[in-house]
Design a protein around this ligand. Sequence first.
Ligand SMILES: C[S@@+](CC[C@H](N)C(=O)[O-])C[C@H]1O[C@@H](n2cnc3c(N)ncnc32)[C@H](O)[C@@H]1O
Length: 246
Amino acid sequence: MDTYNIFLEYYDKIVRWINSPLEDEVEFLNELIEMHKWKDKSKITVLETACGTSTVAKEFKKLWYNITWLDINPKMIEKAKENLDEKDLILWDMTNFDLKKTFDVILCNYNSICHLLTWQDWQKFFQMSYNHLETWWILIFDINTLFEFENITRDFAQFYNFGEDTVCLEMFKKTWYYEWLIKIFKKANDWRYDLIQETVKENSFPIEMIKKELKNKGFKVLEMIDFHFGNVNEQSERVYFVCKKR
Ligand SMILES: C[S@@+](CC[C@H](N)C(=O)[O-])C[C@H]1O[C@@H](n2cnc3c(N)ncnc32)[C@H](O)[C@@H]1O
């Protein structure tokens, strides 16, 4: 997958430290699992799909044993290796994997599912999660809602300075998906900046459609939580789904 290759250098600082403080997220996820677990933490097996550079995973490692991480981007996996045990890291597509074992918790965090552009791929991810979950255990994932993407595309540009370099993020609506345009102005010398560009595509689907599909696949949707305000409504921007395999 050819995304986050150049942006990777700035990814953790912008995405996980400035936009969504990691501590809040790890605490939130930990509480969710605590709430639904029925065996000792140290015995819980977790599969984090789309683990990225391992920001969440490395914090989870401090809380549990038996964690496996999977991502499609070799550069992400390479970076994750700085924090995680190589043997637990898997380079694989989350829409099509067969690990020949099941887990107590499957996690797909920080709107990673939105990187799957088609509804068929979302369906495949739900199926893969179902296949790899222990019965009565949980799948946790979050989405950026369509409302959020529409908002971001309206009038949004973010600028971040890193020394003398500047990173600019903008999102545009394409025909049937959304696209981040990432511009990096890198200081080359006293009189010149190099402009490096990269795009990352994302998509989302209506909450009711997702809920229905999860039920079709055999999940019980235990909770839907607005990450910022608790209760989900039509203006929710980021929504977590907690689903049990029946
Ligand atoms: C927004 S990042 C989130 C990373 C991490 N979950 C976090 O919380 O920081 C999205 C990740 O999804 C991964 N990804 C995108 N499509 C994927 C796929 N089909 N299978 C596995 N990983 C995928 C990307 O490589 C990237 O690392």
